[in-house]
Ligand binder design. Structure first.
Ligand code: C2E
Ligand code: CA
Ligand code: CA
Ligand code: CA
Length: 278
C-alpha cells in the first residue's frame, strides 16, 4: 500500500514537473514573442441581427510559436495573467488594435469600433488610463472607435473599477461586459457602471437548441439587457437555428463562426468587401 502510494506520488510529482517545464518554456517564449513580434491579432466581426451590417470588430490575440506552433490564447493568456506579462502584452494588443482601426479609417472602412479584450490585471495597473489616452493620441484615433471588453471579475474590486470605468466613459471609450453570465456579478452594481454592452457567453448560445434551460437563460439575459438599455450581443453563433432563435428574441448583435471565424486583417478586409457588395 505504502509503496503504491509512493509510486503514485512519484508519478504525480513528475507530471507536475512536466507541466511546470512547459509553463516555464511558455513563459520564456512569451517574453520572446513580445520582443520578436510573434504575436498577432485576428479580427472577428460583430453583425447587426436585424440589418446584417457590421457594427463592431473584436481583436483576438494569436501566438505563432516557432517550436510549439500555434498556442491558443486559452493556454497563454492565463499564464500571462499569472506572471504579469499580460500588462506588456495587453499594451501591445491595445496599440496594435488602435493602429489597425486607424488604418481602416484612412482606407475609408466604415466606422465600427474595434473591441479589445482587457484582463483584470491590466485594469489594476496604475498607468492603464494614461496608456490608453497616450495610444489614442499617438494614433489620432477617436475614443468612440475603441471598445474595451472586460469581465465581471472587475467587480471584485468595485470601487477602483468603478473609478476607472467612469474615467474611460469620460474619455469616450466604449465598454462591454464579456462572458456575461459566467462570473461573479451583482446586477445592482452592474447597473451603476457606465457600460453600454453585454456579451452573452458562447457557452450559453451553443446549448441552443439542445438545452431548454440554457435557452431560457439566453432569453432572460436578452430581456434583462433590453430592459436596462444595454446593447446585447451573442457570441459563438454557429448555426442558422441559433441565429433565428436570437433574432426572435430580439438580440441586437451577433458574432460567431456562422458569419466568419476570426481572420487576419487582410482577410477581414476581403470579407468586408464581400459583405458590402453581397
Ligand atoms: P472571448 O473574449 O470570450 O472570445 C471569444 C472566443 O470564442 C474566441 O476564442 C473566438 O475565436 C471564439 N469564437 C468566436 N466565434 C466562435 C464560434 O462560433 N464558436 C466557437 N466555438 N468559438 C468561437 P479565442 O480567440 O481562442 O480566445 C479565447 C479567449 O482568450 C477570449 O475569449 C479571451 O478571453 C482571451 N483573449 C483573446 N485575445 C485576448 C487579448 O488580446 N487580451 C486578453 N486579455 N484576452 C484575450
Ligand atoms: Ca471577448
Ligand atoms: Ca466568451
Ligand atoms: Ca473572455
Amino acid at each position: 500500500k505504502a509503496k503504491e502510494r509512493g509510486n503514485n506520488f512519484q508519478f504525480y510529482s513528475s507530471s507536475l514537473n512536466g507541466i511546470s517545464v512547459r509553463k516555464m518554456e511558455l513563459e520564456n517564449g512569451l517574453r520572446k514573442a513580445l520582443e520578436f513580434n510573434q504575436l498577432m491579432l485576428y479580427y472577428q466581426p460583430q453583425c447587426s441581427l436585424t440589418t446584417g451590417e457590421i457594427v463592431g470588430m473584436e481583436a483576438l490575440i494569436r501566438w505563432d510559436h516557432p517550436e510549439h506552433g500555434f498556442v491558443p490564447p486559452s493556454e497563454f493568456i492565463p499564464l500571462a495573467e499569472e506572471t504579469g506579462l499580460i500588462v506588456p502584452i495587453g499594451k501591445w494588443v491595445l496599440r496594435e488594435a488602435c493602429r489597425q482601426r486607424k488604418n481602416w479609417s484612412k482606407a475609408g472602412i466604415a466606422d465600427f469600433p474595434i473591441a479589445v479584450n482587457v484582463s483584470v490585471r491590466q485594469f489594476e495597473d496604475d498607468h492603464f488610463i494614461e496608456y490608453i489616452a497616450a495610444v489614442l493620441e499617438e494614433m489620432d484615433l477617436d475614443a468612440g472607435l475603441l471598445e474595451l471588453e472586460i469581465t465581471e471579475s472587475i467587480m471584485q474590486n468595485l470601487q477602483r473599477s468603478s473609478y476607472i470605468l467612469h474615467q474611460l466613459e469620460g474619455m469616450g471609450v466604449l465598454l462591454a461586459i464579456d462572458d456575461f453570465g459566467t462570473g461573479y456579478s451583482s446586477l445592482s452594481y452592474l447597473n451603476r457602471l457606465p457600460i453600454q454592452k453585454i456579451k452573452i457567453d458562447k457557452s450559453f448560445v451553443q446549448e441552443v437548441p439542445f438545452l431548454a434551460s440554457q435557452e431560457m437563460l439566453v432569453k432572460t439575459i436578452i430581456d434583462m439587457g433590453l430592459n436596462l438599455n444595454y446593447i446585447v450581443i451573442a457570441e459563438g453563433i454557429e448555426t442558422e437555428h441559433q441565429l433565428e432563435f436570437l433574432r426572435q428574441n430580439e438580440c441586437a448583435v451577433g458574432q460567431g463562426y456562422l458569419f466568419t471565424k476570426p481572420l487576419p486583417a487582410d482577410q477581414i478586409e476581403r470579407y468586408l468587401e464581400r459583405n458590402k457588395s453581397g
